[in-house]
Design a protein around this ligand. Sequence first.
Ligand SMILES: [Zn+2]
Length: 429
Amino acid sequence: MMTTMFTDRRQLREHQESRWRSVLASLLPGNKFYAEKLAGIDLAKARLSDLPFTTKAALLADQERYPPYGRMLSLPLERYSRLCQTSGTTTGRPLCWLDTPESWSAMLGCWEQMFRFIEMRNDDRLFFPFSFGPFLGFWTAFDYSTRNGYFTLPGGGMTSSARLRFLQAHRVTVVFCTPTYALHLAEVAVKEGIDLPASSVRMLIVAGEPGGSIPETRRRIEAAWGARVIDHSGMTEIGPMAIECWQARGGLHLLEADYLVEVIDPATGKEASSGQTGELVVTNLSRTGSPLLRYRTGDLAQLDNESCACGRIFARLRGGILGRVDEMIHLRGNNVYPGAIENLLRRFPEVTEYRVVVEETATLSNLRIEIEPVPSAVNSILVDRISKMIRDELLFRVEVVCVPPGSLPRYEMKAQRLIHTKGPASRAP
Ligand SMILES: [Zn+2]
């Protein structure tokens, strides 16, 4: 499964051009979803930018109309061996995704590259402290790890406290989880008198939320664990797609041999100008069982083509995934990203958990931040300091309220900290 190394952009571009053309050729006539979508386009002459975007809404509609797998299958159903499904948090309805053994193997090839990027060592002990669900999250990392001789520890069906004892007992060195769960484990460790920085954990690979690239969240995880945070990004329907390298913080290398990535202005669909924040659009080059062409991910990102300290030529996402297009909050003429609020709240060690409630009435949006302080905090002072910092740095006024310790939900997988309501929302219990 050794993947080609690319040393110059021109050679990479040629590889991408020939790959997406061959993916396109392999789609038809089997893939009825794309056969319909691409009808009338002269595929032999088309450039990638001539192809229409694919949206999650269209895939969901297709699966609804042709249940349960839709028509996004380039091959006969018996060729597929693996089912994943999205967590369905945004749309409510999960999207099913099937893979052939060849597609699965291509994703293991992505991890082969990423293990090199993060300088995984042969004697590392890899711990996955969560219950694997139907979504893709870290399944392929786990599979790559076991197949390639890394000591691999599953940690599903355990309490957080049992997981902490487990990671100590087995001298775990690398932990895979969401940023939120890394913080939660650290919180439990403090309560139980476990000295995490003294543990053998040296690295946490985090995904599923933007937190791994939010400077204050990352700083907090690294301090609590005494270990390096590596941010990773992937999606069930796309695959494992980007990771930070060991040598440089603050940007995720895109696996450009396996994914062709564009950044567009979400309003116009045109390519975003260089360095601008826009929506990430991805074309699969190696996961070919149900490959996506120009898929609008709904994620906001910024491309960084500058050279990296590690010497790799793959472009990076500056600051990781910056948020979701549909999570941008329009507030009295301001555009506010939840990531900016998180970065600010994480500066306060007194805040253990929080959520952002957006109340939308017919005429205006109102924003309330609910924080859960540590028991020793003086709530009124904390609220004043946070309100002032938001006013000074994000330039808007916001209602900040304290809720009782332990009243906000804790998350093992993707956290839902942004709540939209129509009309005044009910308070946290
Ligand atoms: Zn690098």
